[in-house]
Write a protein that binds this ligand. Sequence first.
Ligand code: NAP
Length: 243
Amino acid sequence: MQKTAIITGGSRGIGAATCQLLAKQGYNVVVNYLSNHSAARQACQEIKALGGQAMMMQADVAVESEVMRLFATAQNAFGAVTHLVNNVGILFEKTDLSHISAERFMKVMTANVLSTFLCTQAFVKQCSNGGAIVNVSSAAARSGAPFEYLDYAASKGAMDSLTKGLSLELAAKNIRVNSVRPGFIETDIHADGGEPNRVQRLSPQIPLQRGGTPEEVANAIALLLSDEASYVTGSFIDIAGGK
Ligand code: NAP
């Protein structure tokens, strides 16, 4: 059966590396993004240059109507969506509890957790023959990210609970739900937190003495999506260099 994957936030960073790897493995790939059209276009062009199948699709996955449009468009283009990577994640400037507004907290929860919930609901609705989902969480779910990103860490903790509950609720439908928890990975997200060189600064504290690459995370995502992991559900892979 032809495999089709939606990767939320697939235009940059870990999402883009995942899109490229899945396309190489023969999936039709839907590269979702929010606003950076040129990054999404480039991600698609790179896949097509390698002979893969990809379409770019703007949609804010924290908004239910846009998620429905995303899935309807993907189905029209490729048929049923068989695999889903809930990869979207945002964070804001590093700060402590007293400086995190209720508005910021809700934005982070909405973008990271509600998007996962909505995309999973849409995926399951159109899934007739089983499938696989990978949620991209974070090592922050374990550390709590004190004095930096309490809101972000809490959103990833909520995602981990979703992964566990969904894996049990969807097992009888033969839909597997797993998670990866990256540590410090070289992407643009650290600039959003106000420290573009965060990974280099923290490298000495990582047991493997370096940050990870988006491709190293993509490898684990692809494994969990694949038939090689056909008996794996409700599992978490930490990709954090031992941290
Ligand atoms: P990134 O480089 O900042 O890329 C973010 C992607 O998400 C972009 O494609 C962006 O689209 C898209 N996006 C953001 N909000 C969206 C929305 N509401 N709807 C649709 N697309 C949206 O991120 P990354 O570092 O690769 O992170 C990917 C995932 O890994 C996140 O869940 C993050 O929390 C997790 N993670 C990352 C690290 C790390 O060190 N990098 C560590 C642990 C966990 P536009 O380009 O259009 O804005």
